[in-house]
Design a protein. Structure first.
Length: 508
């Protein structure tokens, strides 16, 4: 690893940053700075505020309180274009590339070399080649290739090349290795090392402990919107970072109310040898009646992908999936729903809700996909909708309210209520409390526990390890597409789970 070459003067400096959304404070008094020629890692669980902080740096959000200075000048950026004019660019986790365009067109997007309205392709290729030469150490990417034909690792490099072509001296990389395999990660590390040696400042957002140890000159850890601690390069170890992320060594959640069904021997779901990206042997697991099974892992670990495969949104050609002893591996989604399976996406607004439709419409969507010959009579359906809204405490109580007008917690309860109304027995829940407040979190976990107490089962992922330990009966830990451990939440701490998920403790 190349050592830092910074002069010590911050290129970017944030002081006392507070940020509120609709009265909810997501950042509180955060100080952070970036120097030229260094990699400053920003670490924390999802929801800790790290992405929001970086969005303030590149002009997506303005701070509620506090100041942002660039090269010593206090500024208030109002748009990413303002940041780009100051030499700041971001590569978000969801890469902003156009798959149907070439690599060169993506790199020069918005600034194509033209004469009389006609693209000068030689100039375009020349400019793209110059940018690619800084990131494509193997020369494997051609400017004329379609971006859609590239793997994720190469697309990541194209995104960085675009930032460099725009003149960026400060790069914000948001979870750049979350979906990459070991070889691609090593390749990206080389690129980041080169950027540092050229005197660029890199803000590196990550939850992966091995990446942080390999790259970071400094580390700032956020927890619940506050700075939990800072580490210099010589003090950066997986144990130290995991300690600051978790808040305490060996911390376990408070005692849970154990609500289990009588027949714990009955399997709701059985999975054998199901392959995931990066998996060697495939995943094998089971969920029993009355059980909440948690899936823990860092970003890109494969837990969300596993739920999508089980639900049928991602096809697989190997492995066995049995729902109540029925082989559902080749069943379409509609048939899986009819057999008692429901799925809550981690992105409720894009995949879970029809935002322009009413609460009633969204609650009854699954009824229409169960393949019933006759739908519920409207009067009975309206009564059931009202009952579910009351049971879940969805507010406002008017079923004609549009989903877009609801708070995050109420939106999430609508998606959960959909499966409650449909009578599904197995819930696949991808980060069900993501982006909701503490009260809504408690309500959602109460609903999950009530569901399994009535003989159902639940498979749950979360970006909050503490929450999984507190709410699950068993916990499976994943690292880069592989199931590496099963732990007992009652006797396991966050630091141990983070170490397993980050690869600090090898798979058994």
């Amino acid at each position: 690893m190349t050592g830092p070459v910074h002069s010590g003067e911050p290129v970017v400096q944030l002081d006392g940053i507070d940020k509120e959304f609709a009265g909810v404070r997501v950042l509180q008094g955060v100080d952070f700075d970036l120097c030229a020629g260094e990699v400053h890692a920003l670490v924390g669980a999802n929801g800790s505020g790290k992405s929001t902080l970086m969005q303030i740096v590149y002009g997506v959000h303005s701070p509620t309180r506090g100041t942002l200075s660039i090269n010593g000048e206090q500024l208030r950026l109002r748009h990413p274009k303002d940041a780009l004019r100051r030499g700041i660019a971001a590569v978000p986790q969801e890469l902003p590339l156009v798959a149907s365009l070439s690599v060169a067109e993506n790199i020069c997007f918005g600034d194509l070399p033209c004469r009389a309205g006609i693209v000068r392709w030689r100039d375009l290729d020349r400019r793209a080649d110059a940018a690619l030469s800084q990131v494509d150490v193997e020369g494997a990417i051609h400017p004329r290739q379609l971006v859609g034909s590239l793997g994720l690792a190469s697309q990541q490099l194209v995104s960085i090349a675009r930032a460099l072509a725009q003149g960026a001296r400060v790069l914000i990389l948001d979870e750049p290795t979350s979906s990459l395999g070991p070889e691609a990660v090593a390749r990206l590390h080389e690129v980041i090392d080169r950027l540092r040696s050229e005197g660029r400042a890199v803000a590196f957002i990550s939850q992966r402990l091995d990446d942080i140890v390999a790259l970071a000159d400094r580390v700032t850890v956020l927890r619940d919107g506050r700075v939990a601690g800072r580490l210099l390069r010589e003090d950066v170890t997986p144990e130290a970072v995991a300690y600051l992320m978790a808040g305490a060594v060996g911390a376990t959640g408070p005692e849970r109310v154990d609500a289990k069904a009588d027949d714990r021997n009955m399997e709701v779901l059985s999975v054998e040898g199901l392959p995931l990206p990066g998996s060697v042997s495939g995943v094998t697991l089971s969920v029993h009646c009355g059980e909440v099974l948690g899936l823990a892992g860092l970003a890109g670990s494969g837990t969300s992908e596993l739920l999508r495969v089980l639900y049928g949104t991602v096809r697989h050609h190997k492995g066995a999936v049995r729902l109540f002893q029925h082989d559902v591996a080749k069943w379409p989604i509609r048939r899986r729903i009819g057999a008692g399976m429901g799925y809550l996406s981690g992105n409720r607004q894009a995949e879970g809700l029809v935002l322009g439709q009413t609460i009633e419409f969204n609650l009854t969507l699954a009824l229409n996909r169960r393949g019933r010959l006759w739908p519920l009579p409207r009067r009975r359906q309206a009564r059931r909708v009202a009952e579910v809204m009351e049971q879940l405490n969805i507010r406002p109580r008017d079923p004609k309210t549009l989903a877009v007008a609801l708070s995050g917690g109420n939106q999430q309860k609508v998606v959960v209520g959909r499966w409650l109304l449909a009578g599904t027995r197995l819930w696949l829940l991808d980060d069900p409390t993501r982006g909701v407040d503490v009260h809504a979190r408690a309500e959602i976990h109460g609903l999950i526990r009530q569901h399994v107490a009535q003989g159902g089962g639940a498979l749950v992922t979360s970006s909050d390890i503490h929450e999984l330990l507190e709410s699950c009966d068993r916990l499976l830990v994943f690292s880069r597409g592989q199931l590496v451990a099963q732990v007992d939440p009652a006797v396991t701490g966050e630091d141990e789970v983070l170490a397993l998920a980050g690869g600090l403790i090898p798979a058994a």
